[in-house]
Write a protein that binds this ligand. Structure first.
Ligand code: FES
Length: 577
C-alpha cells in the first residue's frame, strides 16, 4: 500500500491554492525554510518529551537532532514539537495523574498541525503509554524512539562492591538506613550512585517494561529499547527511526495496521518473560482500548501462569538493562519465547515480528535464561479476585517472598498515605510480620491519580528486627523497580465504594496466589451493614484538571483512561479556513 505525495495530509495546509495556503507557506518561509521544503515531502512530527526537569530524558534534545537527520536523509521534513515532560520522580502528586493529559496533548498536537506521521521521543514511565495513547487515537503512521536506559553503576562500601540499580536499591538502602545499618555519610554518598547517566531506570521497572512492550507491539525498531541512552548506537538508532517513519508514511503503515490482538498478546508475553512492572497491566489495557482491541486482566493472568520470568533483571533478578543489551536484548528474548508469539504480526520495519527476530540469539544465558532454567517460575503477574477485589487486583509473585504467596493475617488499615506514614515510626504500633498492611483511598479517584504508594513501608520496629517483607494491600500502584509481597490495583477502589472501603483493623484477610484469591474473611451480612454506613471521602479538587480527572477516569482493570477518550470513534479532521 503506497500513498502518493498528493494524498499527504499536510498538503491540505501547504498545497492549498487559496489565501490560507498562501499564509501557511508564507509562515514556513518566515522561519527560513523554502516553500519546496514542505511541498511534496512527508512532514514528520518529532514529539519530544524532553525538559530540564526530566533527568531520564535529558539527552532527548540531542536525539531529536538524530531523528531529524534520518527524516531528512529519507526525503521527509521534520518539525520538533515539545510535549508535556513527565519525569517520574519530580512530578507531584504522581505522573499517572498526567498520563491522560499527555495523551490528549499528543493527539491534539498531531490533529491540529500539518503533519503526516509522528516519531515519539519518550521513555520515562508514563511518557511511553501517554504518547502512544494519543498517537493511536490520531491514527497517523507512528514510530516510537525509546529514551534508552541509564548506564550500570556500582557502589563500594566496607570493601564490598555491588551492582546498584535505579529505584530498587534506593528502597533497599532506605530500609537498611531505617534499621540503622546505613549511616548518614553513606546515605549521602548514595545520592550520586544508582543513577549514573541520563536515561531511564536501568532496572526492569515500568520504563523498560513499557518501552520493551512497545517494541514487542511492533511500534519501535527491533532491538532499540535496551540500547543504553549514552551509547553512540543510541544516536544511530534514532537516525534509523527517522528514516523508518518516512517509509511508513509512504506505505501508509498506521498503528491500526500494526496493533492487532496478536500484537498485544506478544507484548503481554514479553512483559511476563521480562518480569515486567505491574504498572503494565493498567497501561496495556488502556492502549488496547484505544486501538479497539479486546484485552482484559484475565488475558494477562493466563500468560503469566504459562510463562516464567527469563530476564535476570532487578527487581526479580540481579542484573541491569545494560547487561540485557549485551546479552542480545529483546529480539534474543523473543526468540526464546517464540512459540508463545504471533510471529506474523506487522511492525514498523514493514516486516513481520518473526522476520525481525530471525537469527538473533542469546549471547549470555545468565542474563536471558532458557525456558528450563528461569529466574522465577512464580510469574511476573497474577490477577487476584475475591470479595475484596471483585474486578481484580494484581501482584508480582516473582518479586514477592515465597512464604507470603499463601497467607492469612490480621488487617491494619490506613485511610490515607499521611496517616500511614505517621504510624510507621511508632514504636507502639500494634503490628507484627504476619499483619496485613492495608492502604486505601489511593486509587485513580481516591488519591487521585493512583500513585505508587502500594509498596507500603515496613514499620520501623519490624525493620529493626530484621523484617524486610510483609503482605501489603492497596488500591494504589507500585513502582516497577520495587519488590515485595504487595497486592495492588484493587478494583473497584475504596473511594468509589469498593469492598476495600469496608475493611476494618483486626479483620482477617486471606491471600492465596496459586488459587488467585484475595478475600476478606467477614460474612456478607456484616459487609452489607458496613456498606450502609459508608460515605465517599471528600474530594479535594473543586476545579481544574484534577477535577476533570476524578470525574472521568476509569478503574484500574479498565486502564484508567478517560471514558471520553477510549474507543475508536472517528474524529473529524480540522477544517482549513
Ligand atoms: Fe524515569 Fe525511572 S524515573 S524511568
Amino acid at each position: 500500500m503506497t500513498k502518493s505525495l498528493s494524498e499527504l495530509r499536510s498538503r491540505r495546509w501547504f498545497a492549498d491554492t487559496g489565501m490560507r495556503g498562501f499564509a501557511h507557506r508564507q509562515r514556513i518561509q518566515q522561519m527560513g525554510l523554502r516553500r519546496e521544503d514542505v511541498l511534496d515531502r512527508p512532514i514528520v512530527a518529532v514529539i519530544n518529551t524532553w525538559s530540564d526537569l526530566s533527568p531520564c530524558h535529558a539527552h532527548l534534545r540531542e536525539r531529536a537532532e538524530s531523528v531529524k537527520r534520518g527524516v531528512l536523509m529519507a526525503g521527509g521534513y521534520p518539525f520538533e514539537l515539545p510535549a508535556m515532560s513527565l519525569g517520574e520522580v519530580m512530578v507531584k502528586p504522581t505522573t499517572m495523574l498526567y498520563r491522560n493529559f499527555l495523551a490528549m496533548e499528543v493527539e491534539e498536537l498531531l490533529r491540529s498541525l500539518p503533519v503526516d506521521g509522528a516519531v515519539l521521543l519518550a521513555g520515562c514511565d508514563k511518557t511511553t503509554p501517554g504518547t502512544l495513547m494519543g498517537a493511536i487515537s490520531m491514527g497517523l503512521p507512528t514510530i516510537f524512539c525509546p529514551a534508552g536506559p541509564m548506564l550500570n553503576d556500582r557502589h563500594v562500601s566496607g570493601g564490598r562492591s555491588q551492582t546498584v540499580g535505579a529505584g530498587t536499591h534506593t528502597r533497599m538502602f532506605w530500609d537498611e538506613k531505617q534499621a540503622g545499618r546505613v549511616d548518614e555519610a553513606e546515605w549521602i554518598a548514595l545520592e550520586s550512585r544508582m543513577t549514573r547517566s541520563p536515561g531511564t531506570c536501568n532496572t526492569m521497572g515500568t520504563a523498560s517494561t513499557m518501552t520493551s512492550m512497545t517494541e514487542a507491539l511492533g511500534l519501535a525498531l527491533p532491538g532499540s529499547t535496551s540500547i543504553p541512552a549514552m551509547d553512540a548506537a543510541h544516536s544511530r538508532m534514532a537516525t534509523g527511526t527517522g528514516e523508518a517513519i518516512v517509509r511508513m508514511i509512504r506505505d501508509d503503515l498506521t498503528p491500526q495496521r500494526i496493533l492487532t490482538r496478536g500484537a498485544f498478546m506478544n507484548a503481554v508475553a514479553v512483559q511476563m518473560a521480562l518480569g515486567g512492572s505491574t504498572n503494565a497491566a493498567v497501561h496495556v489495557i488502556a492502549l488496547a482500548r484505544r486501538a479497539g482491541v479486546p484485552l482484559t486482566l484475565d488475558d494477562l493472568d493466563a500468560v503469566g501462569r504459562r510463562l516464567p520470568v527469563l530476564a535476570n533483571l532487578f527487581p526479580s533478578g540481579d542484573r541491569l538493562m545494560e547487561d540485557f543489551h549485551y546479552a542480545g536484548g529483546l529480539p534474543a528474548l523473543m526468540n526464546v519465547i517464540r512459540d508463545e508469539l504471533s510471529l506474523g504480526e506487522m511492525t514498523v520495519t514493514g516486516r513481520s515480528v518473526g522476520e525481525n527476530i530471525e537469527g538473533l540469539t542469546v549471547r549470555d544465558p545468565e542474563v536471558i535464561r532458557p525456558l528450563d532454567r528461569p529466574v522465577s517460575s512464580g510469574g511476573a503477574l497474577a490477577v487476584l479476585r475475591g470479595n475484596l477485589a471483585p474486578n481484580g487486583a494484581v501482584m508480582k509473585p516473582s518479586a514477592a517472598s515465597a512464604k507470603f504467596l499463601r497467607h492469612r493475617g490480621r488487617a491494619l488499615v490506613f485511610d490515607s498515605q499521611p496517616e500511614m506514614q505517621a504510624a510507621m515510626n511508632d514504636p507502639d504500633l500494634d503490628v507484627d510480620e504476619n499483619t496485613v498492611l492495608v492502604l486505601r483511598n489511593a486509587g485513580p479517584v481516591g488519591a487521585p491519580g493512583m500513585p505508587e504508594w502500594g509498596n507500603l513501608p515496613i514499620p520501623k520496629k519490624l525493620l529493626e528486627r530484621g523484617v524486610r517483607d510483609m503482605v501489603r494491600l492497596s488500591d494504589a500502584r507500585m513502582s516497577g523497580t520495587h519488590y515485595g509481597s504487595c497486592v495492588l490495583h484493587i478494583s473497584p477502589e475504596a473511594a468509589v465504594g469498593g469492598p476495600l472501603a469496608l475493611v476494618r483493623t483486626g479483620d482477617v484477610i486471606e491471600l492465596d496466589v496459586a488459587a488467585r484469591l484475595l478475600a476478606l474473611v467477614v460474612d456478607d451480612a456484616e459487609l452489607m451493614a458496613r456498606h450502609a454506613h459508608w460515605k465517599p471521602p471528600a474530594q479535594p479538587y473543586a476545579r481544574g484538571y484534577a477535577r476533570l480527572y476524578t470525574q472521568h477516569v476509569t478503574q484500574a482493570h479498565e486502564g484508567c483512561d478517560f471514558d471520553f477518550l477510549e474507543g475508536t470513534a472517528p474524529t473529524p479532521e480540522p477544517p482549513i479556513f
